[in-house]
Ligand binder design. Structure first.
Ligand code: FAD
Length: 359
């Protein structure tokens, strides 16, 4: 899904910073106006808060979708934007954004990608999510293959010997789910589940703690108090972790999957250094075009603020729509773009790849 590498400082029309629900919908609205997007996302996958914070939880207030999970909403949005073939660049944190002499913007990412663009859409939500990691030498090389952080779907752990590290609601919820499979699919059960926390006090709801103790009593789950101090690998695979218990004794715990649930810390990061007007760590925009204080740079979704702002996905979708129309003036200065209906417009249907369905 990641776009192929680009030549240095590729020239583009639109860059979307962030691939949360609002960033993805921004791609859709730009696509309807014939504008191709490059999406820069610091995480290895799309979805923003929906996949990082509540992938398996239901959302009930997306218009005409009675209920869908955070993960499902992301999948539906990806499906919806597919006709526009956006260039997705995952693992790229946008570091700098500077105005060029020709009024365009130069964007540089953590991986050295440079894009010169006419318009920028900052859809960075609450900031770049950085999972809290474990300071264990060698662990990083297993990230994505045997070591996972928040937001990983339950199916990744199906049939695995899993150790879940953490003691809050998210850690317990995952450990409990892995004992039963998720709500929709019991085949997502892990082969074994160990919950490991540095102390025996858990920061989770009583109900979850009670369920956890019941599962431990029945031998379905194991609860360990201690800290990981090392790991063992064999033939390139992580096979054991070394756990130092509160009694001072070390134990080698076998596993094939480690789920680190120590929480995420969203960091606004470099956005605060781009010289844009801000109010309480959010970008100030006007509610007509969702333009920031810098013409050509728009801000949509949770990252922006204006009178009456509501941090809801639906509101972000509206903002992305108006921002796209406003941006079209920078991309096509000589063209008027009237509002068209997808129902009746042959040109929009062509863009959507559904032209043949017309009667
Ligand atoms: C538990 C929970 C439940 C919720 N339930 C609902 C609900 O039912 N209905 C509803 O409407 N809303 C709900 N919300 C709120 C909703 O999730 C947010 O409003 C929505 O995710 C905002 O979308 P966004 O695209 O603006 O930002 P985000 O989803 O935060 O996505 C921003 C993305 O930008 C990336 N990013 C940030 N900085 C950079 C950078 N410098 N470079 C590259 N990438 C960057 C981040 O990694 C992230 O992926 C809920 C939120 C939570 C926490």
């Amino acid at each position: 899904m990641n776009a192929p590498p680009l030549a240095a400082a590729a020239e583009v029309d639109a860059v979307v910073v962030g691939s949360g629900p609002v960033g993805l919908f921004q791609v859709f609205q730009l696509g309807l106006l014939g504008i191709h997007s490059h999406v820069l996302e610091c995480l290895p996958h799309p979805g923003g808060q929906c996949t990082e914070l509540y992938p398996d939880k239901p959302i009930y207030d997306i218009p005409a979708v009675t209920v869908c999970t955070g993960h499902e909403l992301t999948q539906r949005l990806l499906q919806q934007i597919a006709p526009f073939h956006a260039s997705m660049h995952f693992g790229h944190e946008v570091r700098t954004l500077t105005r060029q002499a020709d009024r365009r913007f130069l964007i540089e990412t953590s991986q050295g990608l440079q894009l010169v663009t006419k318009t920028v859409f900052i859809a960075a939500g609450v900031g770049a999510f950085k999972p809290r990691t474990l300071p264990i030498s060698g662990l990083e090389s297993f990230t994505g293959s045997q070591v996972f952080y928040a937001g990983e779907p339950t199916s990744t752990f199906a049939g695995q010997q899993v150790v879940v590290v953490g003691g809050d609601d998210a850690a317990l919820q995952q450990a409990l789910q892995l004992c039963h499979g998720n709500d929709d699919n019991s085949s997502h059960k892990a082969a074994s589940v160990t919950l490991l926390h540095r102390r025996d006090v858990l920061q989770a709801t009583d109900e979850r703690v009670q369920r956890m103790h019941a599962l431990c009593a029945s031998g379905t789950m194991r609860f360990m108090v201690g800290q990981i101090t090392g790991l063992t690998e064999s033939e390139g695979k992580l096979t054991h972790i070394e756990v130092l218990g509160v009694d001072g004794l070390s134990l080698n715990v076998p596993l094939n999957t480690l789920s680190v649930q120590l929480g995420l810390s969203p960091k606004l990061g470099p956005i605060a250094d781009w010289g844009l007007a801000m109010e309480r760590r959010q970008l100030q925009v006007d509610a007509e075009h969702f333009s920031t204080s810098e013409p050509g740079i728009f801000a949509v979704g949770d990252i922006n603020t204006y009178p009456g702002k509501k941090k809801l996905i639906l509101c972000g979708f509206h903002e992305a729509t108006l921002a796209a129309y406003a941006a079209a003036e920078y991309v096509f200065p000589d063209k008027r773009l009237p509002v068209q209906y997808t129902t009746t417009s042959p040109s929009l249907q062509q863009l959507l790849g559904v032209a043949s369905r017309m009667d």
